[in-house]
Ligand binder design. Structure first.
Ligand code: MG
Length: 385
């Protein structure tokens, strides 16, 4: 094939998204080239990935940098620092697509840098879009950067919008598997252990996002993410519990027609779509077996049982610096929960307290977003520690 290779930078190559991206890339060695791999902690895996994909750049955190200098035995590969050099990597001339697999608001700066360099961006990271999506989308338009989301629900909405007039959109159904607690009665929420929460029924993901799925706050973040990506209002989005997680989201149009995207629950699907858009290539994955499925189920989300989702929906009505505060506070709170410092039910209590105390700024610039993030972290820590 004489086609030009797509040149890919993967920020967060050792996480779930990064590893799955490399599985996709591995299938098409003649069509993809890995230019950069970055990670913070998992040095062993990063070294293995670098040996296999032979990138021009590898970046790691400062405290791991020394131990990797000897391990990447390669004349070609240059070792850089994460997060310091991620903005540089995201804007490299030799990169066509930037996959943002790393979690946290630390992705915000490299995201903006990739946007301003006019790259195609495949973000799996929610935080950057949640806290500063209004700024990112404005810049994306200015610099003609294409954003093809990797998050399965956002990918579904993106796909359901193809070939249709955005003006004719009536509503988006954002589906949710329901997380680990869908069928657990709330009266035993007091006794839940970290392990109970980490058993997600449908998706294999990182710990933070699995906890956010259990509280349904993850879905709240996704409501905000969808509002940013597709210029939607809160009342144009309906969260829909769909335990089988086969429908990844749907768009309803003015005429009442609903277009859905369906597929098995494997992140390689939306990742590959983002990498090959507007084309579709074979994935080699199992097809959806409707005979085996038999039926698909739907429920209204229970906002009393999952008050974090109610909080997030309130935030989505007000926006401003609230999403930044919710995101930062949640990072601290979930970390404390995973360390066994606070019980599960405190996640909501602390989050709502911090949000209530915040003085919201309506249309924040980048500095105000970052300041709100910093304020929320301090405030949250003072509630916990
Ligand atoms: Mg999702």
């Amino acid at each position: 094939m004489s086609r030009k290779k797509k040149r890919v930078a993967i920020l967060g190559s050792t996480g779930t998204i990064g590893q799955n991206t490399l599985r996709v890339v591995r299938r098409f060695p003649e069509r993809f080239q890995v230019v950069a791999l970055t990670a913070f902690n998992n040095l062993k895996l990063l070294a293995r990935q670098a040996a296999e994909f032979d990138p021009d750049y590898v970046a790691v955190s400062k405290d791991r940098y020394q131990s990797l200098t000897g391990k990447i035995e390669n004349k070609k590969t240059k070792l850089l620092l994460a997060p310091d050099d991620l903005e540089h990597i995201a804007s490299l001339k030799s990169v066509d697509i930037v996959v943002i697999g790393m979690g946290g608001s630390v992705a915000l700066k490299p995201f903006l840098s990739a946007v301003r360099a006019g790259k195609t961006i495949a973000p799996a990271n929610k935080e950057a879009l949640v806290v500063a999506g209004h700024l990112i989308m404005k810049e994306a338009q200015k610099y003609q950067s294409l954003i093809v989301p990797v998050d399965s629900e956002q990918s579904a909405i993106f796909q359901a919008l193809q070939g249709n007039d955005r003006q004719e959109l009536k509503k988006v159904y954002l589906t949710a598997s329901g997380g680990a607690l869908l069928n657990v009665p709330s009266k035993i929420f007091d006794r839940l252990t970290v392990q109970d929460i980490l058993n997600h029924p449908r998706w294999k993901m990182g710990k933070k996002i699995t906890v956010d799925s259990a509280t349904l706050l993850n879905k709240g973040f996704e409501v905000i993410e969808a509002m940013r990506l597709f210029q939607l209002q809160t009342d144009e989005i309906q969260v829909l519990i769909h335990p089988e997680a086969i429908i990844h989201s749907m768009v309803e149009y003015l005429d009442g027609s609903i277009i859905a995207q369906l597929g098995i629950t494997d992140m390689r699907l939306p990742i590959q779509y983002a990498l090959t858009y507007p084309e579709r290539w074979e994935t080699g994955l199992k097809a959806c077996d409707f005979f085996k499925l038999g039926q698909l189920n739907f429920q209204k989300p229970d906002l009393k049982k999952f008050p974090c989702l109610a909080l997030a929906l309130d935030v989505s009505k007000n926006m401003g610096t609230y999403p930044s505060v919710m995101n930062a506070a949640d990072e601290i709170i979930v970390d404390a929960f995973l360390k066994g410092i606070i019980p599960f039910k405190k996640i909501y209590t602390i989050l709502s307290r911090v949000l209530r105390k915040h003085q919201c700024i309506a249309c924040p610039d980048l500095e105000e977003v970052i300041a709100a993030d910093r304020w929320a972290r301090e405030e949250t820590k003072s509630f916990i520690y």
